[in-house]
Design a protein. Structure first.
Length: 202
């Protein structure tokens, strides 16, 4: 499925800001420490309709990284610097992977179980707001409830895997996540779905 263009926050109607919880730190995979990025973090909040408000932040020597400006094959955004989000219904097996590239592109993939790819349905574009200021790269995004896996609706409890792929100027990669399973980096592993979000209440 080819996604539509992401919506820009500046074009959306104003609404009252939603309080966000304290940020969570992403951890670089221990097999390859990151000499450029000193910190990566995220905050996540559940919208009243069950959607997600996610804020990523990456700090460090950004000039030492490859930050795509667009024009990548959307099926391979994950092969370059990007933020990622994996969404699974609590207790389920199916999940949806989202990739968000600094060039403004995005993509999603659906899986019926661990790495078992299936077709993705049409869905609304997320609201994406990328910013680069000094040594920080940030992304504020909103995913409506209708963009979440059907198994997570209506507004059920979720398990999230939150990750970042960092591509260095030399073409090497570093892998950041809330948690890493044993062995090589594997964002699809169930142990990586480290954040539990409760169901929303009416």
């Amino acid at each position: 499925m080819l996604p539509g263009p992401a919506k820009l926050r500046g074009l959306m109607p104003d609404c009252a800001p939603m309080p966000l919880p304290p940020p969570l730190d992403l951890v670089c995979h221990p097999a390859a420490p990151d000499p450029c990025v000193r910190r990566s973090g995220v905050t996540v909040a559940r919208e009243a309709d069950g959607g997600l408000d996610v804020r990523y932040r990456l700090e460090g020597g950004l000039d030492g990284l490859r930050l795509p400006a667009g024009g990548l094959p959307v099926e391979r955004l994950w092969a370059h610097t990007c933020f990622e989000l994996f969404v699974m219904a609590e207790g389920g097996e199916a999940y949806r992977e989202f990739n968000f590239s600094p060039g403004g592109q995005w993509m999603c993939f659906d899986f019926s179980a661990y790495r078992a790819r299936i077709d993705s349905p049409a869905m609304p574009a997320p609201q994406l707001d990328w910013q680069r200021s000094g040594d920080a790269l940030t992304l504020a995004l909103t995913l409506p409830a209708s963009a979440l896996p059907a198994s997570a609706l209506p507004a059920g409890a979720l398990r999230l895997g939150i990750t970042a792929v960092v591509e260095h100027a030399d073409g090497s990669h570093r892998y950041w996540a809330l948690g890493h399973p044993p062995g090589k980096p594997d964002f699809h592993h169930r142990d990586g779905f480290a954040l539990a979000l409760p169901a929303t209440t009416p």
